[in-house]
Design a protein around this ligand. Structure first.
Ligand code: NAD
Length: 352
């Protein structure tokens, strides 16, 4: 077999383990910083306050206004606090929304970022920032955006509600599935993707029945790191494009949209990327699309776009937007096929 690939390892420091949140102060100091601004969403304010107390005089303030899609107005409000407090680093405690705010600050200031993830979104290991201005979402990729230090503590995910654990997990798994057939995949990204899928296949069913299961929580967060790393290193295709379209134009919820679409986009690409998907398909009973749908159903994931208030007429519009700017996908994309795929996802039908 002839091999040809290009591989660049991510320069981030990863610290993984139960109880590792107690190492945040140590890593602020190791990074040469003295004034950390702790970031969170309003929902996680008390967790941010607790973290700030834990790191004591190393915390220079808290900003708890992080929200979905990183609106520029929120970043500007946070930038005022950065300036007022003289912060020399940010600590983002939370999911992709909080990480997004930390990235937006770092993109403008190059401040060091420490991320303490509490969902499985994977944003903490990517150099990608999605932000919105005037309702328009733009995506930038820059070395300054990649967080320098990520502290994964599964104990912080014990309280992640089951429904969010399921959708966030499927969101992460989508990075892995698309990474497996990415045009710029490499042996390391493919190993990480498969291992990440296996970790979620093992852990999510356990979490659904026993959300406090520490081993399963650890396994899922490990999967999140792996799948997020894949997203950070290789290009995505149809699945991410469609989810971006649905979220951007119809305001469908982020992780839930990924959860509904994944079996359908995987099935769409199954034949065109059969060799790349063989091992992943085996994890889900032999058929990647149908297998992922069965898995999603068994763990109680949302299965239809209808549930998000989308109408059938919206599907016509979504199909047109999704094919507007051509992009690479293992199977060529045409509007009729995308419209059909969207119909199945809207109805919540098992992929053909
Ligand atoms: P989120 O960060 O928006 O979190 C959703 C809600 O859950 C928030 O209120 C949050 O405070 C709360 N929450 C988070 N962790 C919790 C926990 N352990 N217990 C209880 N509540 C908790 O959701 P998300 O799915 O992690 O992130 C979605 C956002 O991340 C989207 O805007 C998406 O575009 C972005 N994202 C970006 C990338 C990237 O590489 N740039 C990758 C993935 C996702």
């Amino acid at each position: 077999m002839s091999r040809e690939f290009s591989y660049a390892g991510s320069p981030a420091q990863i610290v993984f383990g139960a109880g590792s949140r107690s190492k945040v102060a140590e890593w602020v100091v190791k990074a040469g910083c003295k004034r950390a601004l702790v970031l969170s969403t309003p929902h996680q304010k008390s967790d941010a306050e607790a973290l700030a107390r834990e790191i004591g005089s190393l915390a220079c303030g808290i900003f708890t206004g992080a929200t979905m899609h990183t609106p520029v107005e929120v970043t500007e409000a946070a930038m005022t606090v950065v300036t007022e407090t003289g912060a020399d680093c940010v600590i983002s405690l939370g999911g992709g929304s909080t990480t997004g705010l930390g990235k937006a600050i770092a993109y403008r200031t190059d401040l060091l970022q420490i991320v303490v993830p509490t969902t499985y979104a994977g944003s903490e290991v990517t150099p990608i920032l999605g932000q919105t201005e005037g309702g328009r979402k733009t995506t930038v990729r820059d070395a300054k955006i990649l967080p320098e230090i990520v502290i994964y503590d599964p104990a912080l995910t014990l309280g992640l509600p089951v429904a969010m654990s399921v959708t966030s997990g499927l969101n992460a798994m989508a990075h892995a599935v698309e990474g497996l057939y990415a045009r710029d995949r490499n042996p390391i990204s493919s190993l990480m993707a498969l291992e990440g899928l296996r970790a979620f296949a093992r852990s999510l069913p356990v979490i659904v029945n026993d959300p406090q299961n520490a081993d399963a929580r650890g396994d899922a967060l490990y999967g999140a790191w792996l799948c997020g790393s894949v997203l950070g290193t290789v290009g995505m295709a149809l699945h991410h494009k469609i989810c971006h379209t649905l979220g951007g134009s119809f305001d469908t919820p982020h992780a839930e949209t990924h959860a509904v679409m994944l079996p359908h986009t995987a099935a769409f690409n199954a034949a065109a990327a059969a060799p790349e998907l063989t091992e992943a398909a085996a994890v889900f009973g032999g058929s990647i699309g149908g297998g992922l749908w069965d898995f999603a159903k068994a763990i109680g994931a949302p299965l239809s776009l209808k549930e998000f208030g989308l109408s059938e007429a919206d599907l016509d519009h979504a199909a047109s937007i999704a094919v507007e700017n051509p992009y690479w996908n293992p199977r060529p994309i045409d509007r009729d096929a995308i419209r059909l795929l969207l119909q199945d996802a809207w109805e919540g039908r098992r992929p053909r």
